[in-house]
Design a protein around this ligand. Structure first.
Ligand code: NDP
Length: 262
């Protein structure tokens, strides 16, 4: 295995470029934001990567081109996470394309915020379908393809640990549910050599939560480091969990939040 010093978006670090060589990953919501950074990082570390999207086809295809530019295979699947059949089909398509599936990253998510009295029942359904049911079904479908060394990694949120602002009841409900899923899967799948972990981002500069958006200064101030994180900083932790270095980590909720929950 070769180790190289690499630089991504101003971050310098060492990454084992072959750590994930020969492995296959599926990243839901890989067309932009954190999912894009995760897809590119896994590819940079050697994996073939499938990514799902709902609306952003052009952006998803661009991510796929970048993955191919890294010498890896890429697959783009349009799959609305709110649709159970589409979620299962995306997992099966990734496994069929690459002949295996080793890493599942449940990243696609939506954030509907507002006072609890003003949240519509349809928003409750849609949020829990996308943020909870889809990761559950994707893990279930991935099991059919995953063996020893499999990795299930889900993107939660720091709001599952600390709800630092009003209006997050729906989002926090869904993200907290992922802790139960992850811990239960870690126990159930441990004997098969499959790990399950959660990564809890703090405020990360993406389309969902731009660092120059309303409330951004407040969110920066909640962190110990006094700033937003970059998608690549979440991707680095996902890559660690996906690679050989992460093989003894399971059932964990890892905060990558600049100290927001400290
Ligand atoms: P973005 O809004 O920037 O990107 C969301 C991604 O998810 C896109 O690729 C989008 O696809 C996809 N997506 C959304 N809804 C669906 C759906 N119904 N079906 C399929 N794909 C869908 O969000 P982030 O990158 O910021 O967030 C990624 C994850 O990180 C989410 O789970 C979020 O809750 C979590 N998170 C983010 C934080 C932040 O501050 N940014 C903080 C804590 C957690 P498309 O482009 O096609 O719409």
């Amino acid at each position: 295995m070769s180790t190289k010093t690499t630089e991504t978006a101003g971050m310098t670090g060492t990454a084992d470029m072959n750590d994930l060589y020969g492995r296959a990953a599926l990243v839901t919501g890989g067309s932009r934001g954190i999912g894009e950074a995760v897809a590119l990082r896994l590819a940079r570390d050697g994996a073939d990567v499938a990514l799902t999207h709902r609306d952003s086809e052009e952006s998803a295809l661009q991510v796929a081109e970048k993955i191919k530019g890294l010498g890896r295979r890429a697959l783009v699947v349009r799959a609305d996470s709110a649709d159970p059949a589409a979620v299962r089909a995306a997992v099966d398509a990734a496994a069929a394309e690459f002949g295996r599936l080793d890493i599942l990253v449940n990243n696609a998510g939506i954030g509907v915020l507002g006072p609890i009295g003003e949240i519509a029942a349809e928003d409750v359904d849609r949020t829990l379908y996308v943020n909870v049911r889809a990761p559950f079904l994707a893990c279930q479908a991935a099991l059919a393809h995953m063996g020893e060394g499999g990795r299930m990694i889900t993107i939660g949120s720091c709001v599952a640990e600390r709800v630092a602002f009003p209006g997050a009841s729906l989002y926090a409900t869904g993200k907290a549910a992922l802790t139960g899923l992850t811990k239960a899967l870690a126990r159930e799948l441990g004997p098969r050599g499959i790990t399950a972990n959660l990564v809890h981002p703090g405020p990360i500069d993406t389309g969902m939560n731009p660092a120059d958006g309303p409330g951004a200064e407040y969110q920066s101030g909640l962190t110990a480091l006094g700033r937003y994180g970059r998608p690549e900083e979440i991707a680095a932790t996902v890559a660690h969990l996906a690679g050989a270095q992460g093989r003894y980590i399971t059932g964990a909720s890892i905060a990558v939040d600049g100290g927001l929950t400290a």
